[in-house]
Design a protein around this ligand. Sequence first.
Ligand SMILES: CC(C)(COP(=O)([O-])OP(=O)([O-])OC[C@H]1O[C@@H](n2cnc3c(N)ncnc32)[C@H](O)[C@@H]1OP(=O)([O-])[O-])[C@@H](O)C(=O)NCCC(=O)NCCSC(=O)C[C@@](C)(O)CC(=O)[O-]
Length: 302
Amino acid sequence: MALPDFVKIVEVGPRDGLQNEKAAVSTEQKVRLIDMLSETGLKVIESGAFVSPKWVPQMADSAEVMARIGRKPDISYPVLAPNLKGLEGALAAQAEEIAIFGAASESFSKRNINKSIAESLDAFRPVAEKALAEGLRVRGYISCVLGCPYEGRIDPTVVAEVSRELKSMGCYEISLGDTIGTGTPEEARRMIAAVAEYVPIEEIGVHFHDTYGQALANLYACLEMGVAVADASVAGLGGCPYAKGATGNVATEDVLYMLQGCGIGTGVDLTKVMAAGRFISDVIGRPPVSRVHRALMAKDAA
Ligand SMILES: CC(C)(COP(=O)([O-])OP(=O)([O-])OC[C@H]1O[C@@H](n2cnc3c(N)ncnc32)[C@H](O)[C@@H]1OP(=O)([O-])[O-])[C@@H](O)C(=O)NCCC(=O)NCCSC(=O)C[C@@](C)(O)CC(=O)[O-]
């Protein structure tokens, strides 16, 4: 299949990237990061999570973040909402989009949201129903689609079944997360083929973590299958609190560079994303993980 002409980038740095960050990042700094990302051409910037502050303290200020960012009308600023309490928070914060987040691994599901897969789906259904009734868009995530830190390899048919359930709840897009980054391109292809039995390819997004350096190869394999939605994290921020050793999402800068090189449009300005990446990297006191970011910085300095 031909590569898509255009790929939608879903920027997840301010949520997935910062939820596991040990350095203190103030509300003001989060707001500044999101506002900088809003100037880059990105159309989706995941901006927070209405989850238990005991489980993920880094996201405890999501209401304040949502209140203070300078929202642009053509940009979506989704937030995670795992249950009705989370949805209440999202509605109070005037979010226009939420994400519910399940898993294809029983053990991960238990550790991440304290529910089995079946229990989580039962819990998500009323959340999605109410969100849709309130006029919000609902995105569905599935973690551990190619591997689980507790169970190892994951059967693609389980990913497909969870996808089917999330779609039946009205999720407009299903984002498939290789949470621990162990997947390789042929496995990614098999998994996408299984999910595509139930979810149209245009409604599938991919969410690769780069822990094993496979993220761009996996993304490319999925693009070849017609996937045109890629989650990425500015500067390669991130990890997952319930997957020890998991590194960040594939860096937005690296994805943009690859897509540009392939002649695929994104509408996103790499230089402006790099500026946002430099800002947040200075805040957390670490250089960007993005190889493209570091290479372009070195070239500029030379
Ligand atoms: C789902 C729960 C809440 C269940 O946690 P629980 O302990 O089973 O929930 P509960 O209903 O028994 O409530 C316990 C306490 O939490 C409170 N609570 C309950 N719900 C909320 C809420 N929404 N917001 C704020 N507070 C909440 C509730 O009020 C109560 O407070 P207490 O009475 O003890 O003071 C918990 O497990 C949780 O918050 N988990 C969050 C996990 C998380 O955010 N993980 C990271 C995101 S997923 C991810 O990163 C993967 C992804 C999406 O990026 C894709 C990939 O890469 O794989």
